[in-house]
Design a protein around this ligand. Structure first.
Ligand code: ADP
Ligand code: MG
Length: 457
């Protein structure tokens, strides 16, 4: 969710208002493998009631996942061995064009009208007759547009109860984060890793240590990057159905990124936070100040698009460079708690993989630039190997049902499911707390206090 295209209410992550995840995360540090524990969702035990029901043992199991947190009705059936058996998506792009963004009540009605059909399509593509043929039902229960979330949640509860299946409530942002573990193979994407989550509603830098263990190193101070893409696309009168990002990216390929001078956000601030509001205003002023005869030309518009992308991506690269520097510093102070392992059970691991997820990760130019950054930066550990970049395929970067089903599979593998009966949704639900609230691994100082002392990056 996030919905930068959302025109009435904006639900954003960032500073925690309702979150008890830090305490929950701390409580899990040190738990050994096989010990049943909660995951992101269980950060609030009153919101999600943990159930003892699990998937079948001894064979791969299947999960039907439903996503309705914003504007896409996504459903997928995924197998616990990582195969996507069937997926279907109903886009609301045409409605966006009509309304100029996501209008929550219109989006809710569209979800309600599409859900049964999309579930049927996904099942059919998986070669299954009904939801009775899957082993569990999962749904995004937050964060997102409340009335939209409710459509999916009620639908999933009805399926789980009617067919007596285990039910899993999924955190939308964690589902984005975990997507790369499906795309590449969970065994090949070990925790911990550094995550850049960049979508229509969020821009966050996370140190992902496991399920439910996401230390938020930095967040956007204002707009999300996808939201900025959408607004600049609208300013240039590009099609914004389904988000302005793809149209802006296509136009930027024809432009010169140095043609329109734009400020790189927060150049002088050596921290992990992001800001895109000033850049967005600078783009608007550049367009307003251009002579009328220039303004309308395709070349000028392409130059604006390319220059905006260049400034925004340079900002991301700078933040990531700082974060990679921070990860390198974890060496020497890291201990077993980093990986949630029992004393001496696992050797400590350092993050050497960058996972990028969320809608903006579909951008090919961003992928190219981050690949170059990773190739040029030695990963922590001292053997000289560069950072590894993982980005899911573009269709799995934007909201979809696959990520919900997969996040539930990860949860079920750790022994977590929820009671369907009485399950509600949560519009605001930050993924983790800021690093200064003791979410960074035990044995290290807070990233932020390190930064204040100027020693982290
Ligand atoms: P959310 O979960 O925040 O609703 P998604 O994860 O589905 O959003 O991402 C949608 C956002 O991603 C939109 O703001 C859209 O403009 C942006 N986006 C999608 N594709 C691209 C792209 N190729 N380049 C840049 N931004 C993109
Ligand atoms: Mg999303």
């Amino acid at each position: 969710m996030g919905c930068g295209r959302h025109i009435i209410v904006r639900a954003r992550g960032g500073l925690p208002s309702c979150c008890s995840s830090s305490a929950a995360s701390r409580a899990h540090v040190g738990l050994g493998k096989g010990v049943q524990r909660s995951f992101a969702s269980a950060a609030d035990e009153h919101f999600l009631r943990v159930s003892t029901r699990g998937p079948p043992v001894g064979r791969p199991f299947t999960v039907l996942g439903i996503e309705t947190s914003c504007d896409d009705t996504g459903v997928a059936i995924v197998s616990s061995d990582g195969r996507i058996l069937g997926e279907a998506l109903a886009s609301q792009a045409a409605l966006h064009e009509e309304w100029g963004g996501v209008k929550p009540d219109v989006a809710r009605d569209a979800h309600a009208a599409a859900l049964d059909r999309v579930v049927g399509e996904a099942l059919e593509r998986a070669g299954l007759a009904t939801a009775a043929d899957v082993d569990a039902i999962a749904v995004t229960v937050g964060p997102g547009l409340e009335i939209c979330l409710r459509v999916g949640c009620e639908g999933a509860k009805a399926l789980a109860l009617a067919h007596d299946k285990p039910f899993v409530g999924v955190h939308h942002l964690e589902a984005h984060v975990l997507m790369s573990r499906l795309a590449v193979g969970a065994a090949d994407v070990a925790f911990p890793f550094l995550t850049l989550l960049t979508s229509g509603g969020h821009c966050q830098l996370l140190l992902t240590r496991g399920l439910g263990k996401h230390a938020v190193l930095g967040s956007t101070l204002d707009d999300a990057l996808g939201e900025a893409f959408d607004k600049v696309a609208r300013l240039l009168e590009l099609p914004v159905g389904g988000g302005g990002g793809p149209a802006l990216e296509a136009l930027a390929r024809e432009g010169n990124p140095a043609a329109v001078p734009l400020p790189i956000p927060m150049q002088k601030k050596r921290n992990f936070d992001f800001s895109f509001a000033g850049l967005k205003t600078a783009v608007r002023l550049a367009v307003e100040r251009a002579p009328e005869e220039v303004k309308r030309t395709r070349q000028f518009q392409a130059d604006v698009a390319a220059s905006f992308q260049h400034a925004a991506f340079t900002h991301l690269e700078q933040r990531l460079s700082f974060a990679m520097g921070y990860c390198a510093r974890l060496e020497g102070v890291i201990d077993g708690a980093m990986n949630g392992a029992q004393d001496g059970a696992d050797p400590p691991r350092l993050p050497g993989t960058l996972v990028v997820s969320g809608g903006v990760a579909a951008n090919q130019e961003l992928r190219r630039r981050l690949q170059a950054l990773c190739d040029a930066t030695p990963a922590p550990g001292g053997d000289g190997a560069p950072w590894r970049l993982l980005v899911p395929p573009p269709r799995l970067c934007t909201d979809n049902g696959v990520m919900v089903a997969w996040a539930a599979i990860e949860a079920l593998n750790e022994g977590g499911s929820h009671e369907a009966e009485g399950q509600g949704v949560r519009a605001r639900w930050p993924l983790g707390r800021l690093a200064e609230n003791a979410e960074v691994p035990k044995g290290t100082k807070s990233a932020r206090s390190d930064l204040r002392k100027g020693i982290a990056v």
